[in-house]
Design a protein. Structure first.
Length: 280
């Protein structure tokens, strides 16, 4: 498990490109028959990439659970959400099998002992992207298809940010302790995922970008509003956004991204919008 510690904004403004990427970028997430895990000390979020090809993979493959969590099993004191951003696959939760197509999601409750993943076709594997946060209460494991997600249209073509926000792990859809997750899809020809930019002083956020063209990139914007920086993102990469950092991005073409949050509250609109004229 890769461990990432909290970074002070005063230090980050002096980081080189290499240091920014080492601190906040999560790449190389999908390795055949392996579980990649990154533990962020920002709100103790864990980011997971799981790509089963020839094996059925356990959520804790290769992870020293006691050393990293001080618990007996992964979800003893945690909850987790997974999206499939690859081809169809299965998620088996304490013996119950759920079929996840592309862009489908499953919320798995605290206290779940066994979570397994497999692909329907090893030549076209599933890619399970997960984010886990600490939890204090067990709710109900639930599968949510892309069709059943709460859909919130946003933006406009004239500002190049027309998109649909699909809310999956969200108070309007199901109860959780603190985890929030959703999937935003930009309309063709739109490139900004959020502008004006904002911060969440009361919670952090993790983005993962996908559906990026082979010759395309996304410039993920971060840093304090008056000390902005960027990290260049390619398909299937994720990025950690501390509470003090803006999180916004612009691509060379349209794309999709999954957002995940954890922190003090679950108020989706609890954000501090930045006056675009004050960005530096």
């Amino acid at each position: 498990m890769d461990i990432r510690y909290s970074a002070h904004p005063g230090d980050v403004k002096r980081y080189t490109t290499k240091e920014l990427r080492e601190e906040f970028l999560i790449d190389g997430m999908y390795v055949a028959d392996e579980v990649t895990a990154t533990y962020s000390h920002v709100d103790r979020m864990v980011v997971l990439g799981i790509m089963p090809v020839n094996e059925t993979l356990s959520i804790d493959k290769g992870i020293d659970i006691w050393a990293n969590f001080g618990t007996e099993f992964f979800l003893e004191r945690r909850e987790v959400g997974f999206f499939n951003i690859g081809s169809p696959g299965k998620c088996i939760v304490d013996g119950t099998e759920y079929a996840l197509g592309n862009r489908d999601c499953i919320y798995i409750a605290m206290g779940t002992r066994e979570v397994l993943f497999k692909s329907d076709d090893k030549n076209n594997p599933a890619k399970f992207y997960g984010v886990s946060s600490p939890a204090h209460r067990a709710f109900t494991t639930k599968f949510i298809s892309i069709a059943d997600a709460a859909k919130v249209p946003a933006g406009a073509p004239e500002s190049a940010n027309k998109r649909v926000i699909n809310q999956f792990i969200h108070p309007d859809v199901l109860e959780t302790c603190q985890l929030l997750m959703g999937l935003t899809v930009l309309d063709v020809g739109n490139v900004w995922n959020t502008m004006p930019a904002h911060t969440h002083e009361r919670r952090m956020e993790v983005y993962t970008y996908f559906d990026i063209a082979d010759n395309g990139v996304v410039f993920h914007m971060m840093g304090q509003p008056n000390q902005t920086r960027h990290i260049l993102m390619h398909d299937g990469e994720a990025v950690i956004s501390p509470s003090w950092s803006i999180h916004s991005g612009v691509g060379t073409g349209s794309y999709s991204f999954i957002w995940a949050m954890g922190g003090e509250n679950q108020a989706f609109t609890d954000m501090d919008v930045i006056d675009i004229k004050k960005l530096r």
